[in-house]
Write a protein that binds this ligand. Sequence first.
Ligand code: HEC
Length: 106
Amino acid sequence: MNLCRVVAVLAVFALTQQAWGEGASVAQKKQMCEGCHGIPDYRTAYPEVYTVPKLGGQGAAYLAKALHDYKSGARKHPTMIGIAASLSDQDIEALAGYYAGSEAKK
Ligand code: HEC
């Protein structure tokens, strides 16, 4: 992991801590996800251009498992581990349900 990556992950983590806060609603958390997952072509350009998987239309069980795996460390991706760590089991269920039920465009 290079330094840029570490800095980016810390920045995202700090952001999530702030945005999540106590009692942040699932609707608020979703906005955070869409900063990466809801953009055209599913690309993000910082710190380097990389693609982000599409969430909308995937199975709720698959999405929930992916989030639990990031949270436990079974699945490794620095950005998503930082994000999943801040989600409760309830958040994961709610977000997985939301994305499974939403149009494939998100
Ligand atoms: C900073 C950008 C960023 C944010 C914010 C973000 N993600 Fe991700 N997400 C990614 C990237 C990059 C991947 C691909 C990781 C990999 O290759 O394992 C990913 C992967 C995933 C996956 C696995 C999808 C698959 O098909 O394997 C799920 C589920 C997911 N994110 C859900 C979320 C949810 C829910 C949120 C909001 C709580 C969120 N993400 C916020 C960048 C982000």
